[in-house]
Design a protein around this ligand. Structure first.
Ligand code: ATP
Length: 481
């Protein structure tokens, strides 16, 4: 029960302090869509920045990309999404609620996710509680469709991308030809994806519009197992380096029946989210996708004419088989040292930025009793904290606001800062605790005498006096920025 309260507390703190709002709230909201408020956008941007820094900036073997959300319809034919990207759903005969079959739980079981099995006789409708009264499972397509083009001649049905990865595969040749990358190397991208999800879950965990951070790491066949292990370790370390508690993270290998037919291996990085009875839920998937995607796009390229000939209707065509020498196709790679041509294997770590943001929020959330009062705080890692330093004059007189403003104007050139001169200083500290601000700097009566200010630490609440001229260097050291 305590865990449930925790998520409710987070949802209400997010609303109260401007982290996350329901989308279109003034019109009653839009299901499963959320907006990030002033603190939330800083937090999520910091999560994205930290991912980019670790996966692209700090590595010599990964380059970045930012692809269009709208792509050629054939992309989704080749990737398999057009035909197969669907969830199996069943409808409750009593209340007509549709639920993902793999999300139905057993009568005796509290596990919401990964409840495998197609026998629905023992399953409970999550909406009305009826047991075993379901229609036959049927596929429900997850891609959003829209129309593009104003003229009959060039208008066509296209899809909002359900993942960012395919834009990377579609640009594999462009990146090879325009840069000096050599296998092994990766291409990374952060961007919006869209899925018409059937079961929507707690808060921003599962939404219909979300942001993914994906890396496609291309390597020589035969070296893929090694790289798979490398990325498992690197990605798990990313979460713990940013302060996530080790005991809340684990790996879960996919069962053979969960594994996509082309994947050689897949593991989920799971986080212990405070949903229901305290569930382990996927934060990120890491897969060995073999050479499947590049080979599929080579087939797609060969099929393009058929698409034109069939009124640009994806449902009327199927992909042409691979050519005998597919290994030498347009999406192959020539290894100059070995004088060999092959289609690289791909290791794909695919993380949800909204899910990570939620996990960092949950993990950082804390409540403690201080002098008979409850202190709510977010113990964010400094790299993730939306505001790094808050600067206050103790009172609005005696020259204190002027000195505090000067410190603020200097610091804000380097990090996101906040200036506040309203209300009791204790209240101002509490507000910053709730926003997760690591440090507060207060200018007080003593500042005029000896040019020192108070630095208050969010986690320990300790106060230290330092010289006002040293605030910047002090913060740079403490924040490691
Ligand atoms: P699930 O089984 O939860 O539907 P998935 O296995 O289909 O997820 P992937 O296709 O592997 O998810 O996507 C990679 C990552 O993108 C996930 O680990 C998750 O963090 C994020 N993600 C996927 N779908 C959503 C969604 N609807 N809302 C928020 N994040 C999502």
């Amino acid at each position: 029960m305590a865990k449930l309260t925790k998520l409710d507390d987070i949802v209400s703190l997010c609303k109260r302090r401007g982290f996350i709002f329901q989308s279109s709230e003034i019109y009653g909201g839009l299901a499963s869509c959320y907006d990030y408020g002033p603190l939330g956008v800083e937090l999520k941007n910091n999560v994205k920045k930290a991912w980019w820094k670790s996966v692209v900036q700090m590595r010599d073997d990964v380059v970045g990309l930012d692809c269009s959300i709208l792509m050629h319809p054939m992309v989704w034919k080749s990737s398999g999404h057009a035909d197969k990207f669907a969830d199996l759903i069943a409808e409750c005969k009593k209340c007509n609620t549709r639920t993902r079959v793999d999300h139905l739980k057993d009568k005796e079981d509290n596990n919401i996710e990964n409840a495998s099995g197609q026998d629905l006789t023992n399953k409970v409708c999550p909406s009305c509680g009826t047991i075993g009264q379901f229609t036959e499972p049927m596929p429900f397509k997850l891609m959003f469709e829209t129309q593009m083009g104003a003229n009959i001649d060039d208008s066509m049905t296209i899809h909002l991308r359900p993942e960012t990865a395919q834009g990377i595969f579609a640009n594999f040749r462009n990146v090879l030809d325009s840069t000096r990358v050599k296998v092994p190397f990766g291409i990374a991208q952060i961007g919006k994806s869209f899925r018409n999800e059937v079961t929507t879950k707690a808060f921003i965990f599962r939404t219909r519009e979300f942001e993914q951070a994906e890396l496609e790491f291309f390597c020589e066949p035969g070296t893929d197992d090694q790289w798979y292990e490398h990325w498992k370790e690197a990605r798990c370390k990313w979460y713990t380096d940013l302060g996530m508690k080790k005991e809340n993270l684990r790996f879960r290998d996919h069962d053979p029946d969960e594994l996509a037919h082309y994947a050689k291996g897949c593991v989920d990085v799971e986080y212990k989210f405070p949903f229901g009875s305290g569930d382990w839920q996927e934060l990120e998937g890491i897969a060995n996708r073999t050479d499947y995607d590049l080979r599929q796009h080579q087939r797609g390229m060969r099929t393009l004419n058929k698409w034109y000939e069939n009124d640009r209707d994806l449902s009327k065509i199927s992909l042409i088989d691979e050519s005998e020498d597919y290994n030498k196709g347009p999406l192959s790679y020539f290894d100059e040292q070995k004088k060999e041509r092959y289609i690289p294997y791909v290791i794909e770590p695919s993380a949800g930025m909204d899910r990570s943001t939620l996990a960092f929020l949950v993990d950082a959330y804390d409540e403690e009793e201080v002098r008979g009062e409850t202190r709510n705080l977010l113990r964010f890692h400094p790299a993730l904290a939306p505001t790094k330093v808050a600067i206050f004059p103790l009172v609005k007189k005696d020259g204190m606001p002027e000195i505090a403003r000067k410190i603020y104007d200097n610091l804000k050139k380097y990090f996101n800062c906040f200036y506040d001169q309203k209300g009791a200083v204790g209240r101002r500290y509490r507000r910053q605790d709730e926003a997760g601000t690591p440090f507060c700097v207060t200018v007080d009566g003593q500042t005029n005498e000896d040019n020192t200010v108070t630095v208050r630490n969010r986690d320990s609440m300790e106060q230290t006096r330092i010289n006002a001229d040293n605030v910047l260097s002090y913060m740079r050291e403490k924040l490691d920025m």
